[in-house]
Design a binder for this molecule. Structure first.
Ligand code: ACO
Length: 329
């Protein structure tokens, strides 16, 4: 026996502080024109000094729980997708559990880069489908501003902080997650890496001096991977569900670069009106992008019961992840 599983509540949180392209012009050798033309980004949010990833996650989770009419004690599993946990351990999911009062929910952090939230949707929904759990919280939360090299113009213009959360539960038959495509190509790991701070290169004065605790990225290699994998994952989930792109009401792509999104739109032959884009306002918030997009789309009245929605992402690993949902609320 399997159960239909889907999103029953969503919420998001963005830190108050904005960092505009004009602000960045004063920090590194860049320009508003270059950033807008090459990435589509105009603004990003930056966490306050006292805010860590679990604080952002908490704000988003409280809203998602209210939306799902679910009490924290009902949660049986909490997954936090993040590349910027508060600590190496305990997990950010455990910190969140304690703050929410989710008592005995199982907790773990999920490291799949920007694909993390969609990976979490996959794992969380399968644990409901199998009957193991009934209520699962999946959060994508990042404070990338803490691991950005603010002297490197190649990367510092791209990233922002934020969090989004979804409560998963049983839904009507035929609704919820219809199909998934989760994958990775570990041979591309070197293209997007935080080289120091783990067991390979533990923290030393030398690693700090070399800025090796920050994001290192071969932008063009990641771009090529994304351009190939995002449309492929969309086609795969559609094919698995026996649907076509014309059946899709909303495409929610990872927000890394507007040119990557436009490339995917062209390859998929989907109109821009059916694609949620917020990269101009928030930049790349890694695992937080998809749930923040979903919350904005819901608030704008763009998610109606029965709508077919694709969430698709790529990220560090290199990973990719697609999920096709029939919106259940
Ligand atoms: N301002 C001005 N000039 C810049 C900037 C900047 N902020 N950044 C780079 N440049 C310069 C470069 O130095 C280079 O100059 P040169 O020709 O004199 O050497 C020139 O602009 C072109 O650089 P490219 O790297 O070729 O620029 P490109 O068009 O490839 O854009 C970018 C770079 C935006 C990084 C793009 O490759 C990209 O978006 N890649 C994908 C990134 C991505 O998706 N990351 C995902 C992260 S996912 C996660 O898990 C965190």
């Amino acid at each position: 026996m399997t159960y239909a599983a889907g999103i029953i509540g969503i919420g998001s949180y963005l830190p108050e502080k904005n960092l505009t392209n004009q602000d960045l012009e004063k920090m590194v050798d860049t320009s508003d024109a270059w950033i807008v033309e090459r990435t589509g980004i105009r603004n990003r949010h930056i966490a306050a000094p006292e805010q860590a990833t679990s604080d952002l996650a908490y704000e988003a989770a409280v809203k998602a729980l209210a939306d799902a009419d679910t009490k924290p004690e009902e949660l049986e599993l909490i997954i936090v997708a993040t590349e910027t946990p508060d600590y190496k351990y305990p997990s950010t999911a455990c910190l969140l559990q304690a703050r929410l009062g989710a008592k005995e929910a199982a907790c773990f952090d999920l490291s799949a880069g920007c694909s993390g939230f969609v990976y979490g949707l996959g794992i969380g929904s399968q644990s409901i489908a199998s009957g193991l759990y009934q209520k699962v919280l999946v959060v994508g939360a990042e404070t990338l501003s803490r691991i950005v090299d603010w002297t490197d113009r190649n990367t510092c213009v791209l990233f922002g902080d934020g969090a989004g959360a979804a409560v998963l539960g049983r839904v009507e038959e035929g609704y919820g997650i219809l199909s998934l495509d989760l994958g990775a190509d570990g041979t591309g790991g070197k293209h997007l890496i935080q080289p120091a701070g783990g067991s390979r290169n533990p923290a030393t004065h030398a690693t700090v001096d070399a800025h090796d605790h920050t994001i290192h990225m071969d932008g063009q290699d990641v771009f090529k991977f994304a351009a190939r994998k995002m449309p492929a994952a969309c086609k795969k989930v559609l094919q698995k569900a026996g649907l076509s792109i014309d059946d899709v009401a909303l495409l929610v792509p990872h927000q890394a670069n507007l040119r990557i999104i436009e490339n995917a739109m062209a390859r998929l032959k989907i109109d821009r009106e059916k694609v949620w884009i917020n990269i101009d306002r928030h930049g790349n918030m890694s695992a937080a992008c998809i749930p923040v997009c979903l919350t904005e789309a819901r608030d704008a009245g763009r998610l109606k019961k029965g709508d077919n929605v694709i969430a698709v992402a790529f990220g560090a690993g290199l990973t990719w992840a697609g999920a096709l949902l029939k919106w259940a609320k």
